[in-house]
Every structure is written in structure tokens, then in C-alpha cells.
Design a protein around this ligand. Sequence first.
Ligand code: SF4
Length: 328
Amino acid sequence: MTVAASEHAPRELGAVRHDWTREEVRALFALPFPELIFRAQQVHRAHFDPTEVQMSTLISIKTGGCPEDCAYCPQSAHYDTGVKAEKLMHVDAVIAEARAAKRAGASRFCMGAAWREPKDRDLDTVCEMVAGVKGIGLETCATLGMLTPRQARRLKSAGLDYYNHNLDASPEYYGAIITTRTYQERLDTLGSVRDAGIHVCCGGIVGMGESAEDRIGMIATLATLPAHPESVPINMLVKVEGTPLARGEAIDPFDFVRTIAAARITMPKSVVRLSAGREDMSEETQALCFIAGANSIFYGPKLLTTANPARDRDRHLLDKLGLVPMAR
Ligand code: SF4
């Protein structure tokens, strides 16, 4: 198939829209690869400095023993993955980790807890953590499961900048991955977070055995939220022994890059994070993701319970590509 750039170039490339149809998103995914990347680059450059990458560090403040059954997750109590359930970390230990992350160059510190939803007494402690991390000059992010509107407001008052709650998959494929909470419950939590005035971090995971149509559905759902998430993490499944998804087929790296490009084009002002899965990703694939509009990474050797590239390896890659940390 031959496609002239002008043939498919939409009139308002880079404009923020919330009325993306599945057909339009499907057409993006179907573009010849160079055309898709070119278009993603144009959108990226309209809103961001393409040499800048936002750097977030993610730690697990409460590991394992989660009652949810997310089929990809080593922290679910439903699967035997060797991850031990631990108690909520002490505030001082979390602040010490945040200081180390800041020294190493991170600008945002994300705290993840393996809960269905936080209990109010645990939220007291998390609010102390948020205030402490904010106090040392980092942006704060938390991912604690479902939130009520009141809990979201409490986190906002403590100084929370971002809340992560992923949609994970398309509405159609979601039930094959999680049965213990509904898609609507996820959307409700996102609404509570947004209403509290906290920035939303929301994306999904690819490589979970979903079809190309499911990836289209996931991007279309994200792009038609009432407001685009400020941060859109696109994760490549990290297969963990003991989880139901440990044995699935890997996704073609080009399909992963296409998903990043579609996120960039449909959510032009959002920071798109090349998220989990980088440990096993080639430098070339990561470079293609940056070219396709990814402009954020998790920085630090661990992502909750799975491996992430060491900091010096990431610095070396960014240096080779001429990329620099995004100024706050
Ligand atoms: S992804 Fe989160 S909610 Fe799901 S099992 Fe893991 S820790 Fe629990």
C-alpha cells in the first residue's frame, strides 16, 4: 500500500479532542509505520521539547497480599509468585527513599500499595508520606487502588500531585484480566481523583494476549475520557512465573511502538510514559518509543516488585540518544 503523507494527514493534527471514534483510532494503527511515526512526531513537537524525558521513581510502600486478581500481577494473593506480603512501610523509610531518588535525578516520586482500596487509618500514614515527599521538593504520585471522593480530597490536601489508576485493557478484554473489580469502578475512582483536583495518571498494559482491536479499544477509551490523563503509562507485560499470564506470547515490538504512537497522537498534551517492560526491551525499541512520542520513564532499578534498568544504564541510553531529563 502506498500512502502519501498528505493523503491521511488530518486537518487538526495535534489538537486536543475527546471525540475520537474507534474507527479513527483503528485507522491510526493501520497507517504505514513511517507515516504513523511521522505524525506522532509532529504532534509531539507541537506540545513538547522532543529531547526531554520526564523521570519518575516508583517504590512499593506496601507489598504483596493483594485481594484483587489482576492476572498480570505478582502481588495478587490469588497467585503463588514468591512475593511475600509485607506491612506498610514507615514514613521515615519512604522519605529516605525519596531523598535518594531526588539525588539520582528523579523529579516525581510514586508510591504504590497493593491494596483493593486504602483503609482510612492507612491513608493517614500515606498522607504523611505524601506531605514529607512534597516537602523535599519532589512531585508526588500514589497508586493505592480504588478511592472514594473523600479519600481523594484528603490526598489532595496532603499535597498529592498525581494519582495512578490504570484502565489496564479495553472494556471488552478487561474481564479476561480482572474479575474482582469492574471497569466502571475504575472509571469512578478516576472521576473522584479528577474531581479532587489531582492530576490523573492512567494507561494500560499491552502484551497480555489481547487482540489488535483491544489495543485500539484501550487507546480510544483513554482518549475519550472527559479529560485526558496528564500522564499515560503504556506498559509492556512483564511475565512473572506463577501469574496466569506467565506463558503467553510476547507482543511484537512494532505493535508496542504503534500503541505508544497512537497514545501520543490521540492525547497530544499528555506525557506518555514508556513504562514497565523496559528491562527486556532493546535500546532500539526504546529509541523508537521515544521517537513515537514517549516522553517519560520510570527511573531506578525496581518497579514495585519487578526489575527495571539500572540508573547508569538509562543515563547511558539517554546520553546516546541526546535526551535530557525534563525540567519540572
Ligand atoms: S495490580 Fe494492584 S490491584 Fe491488581 S493485584 Fe496487583 S497490587 Fe492488587
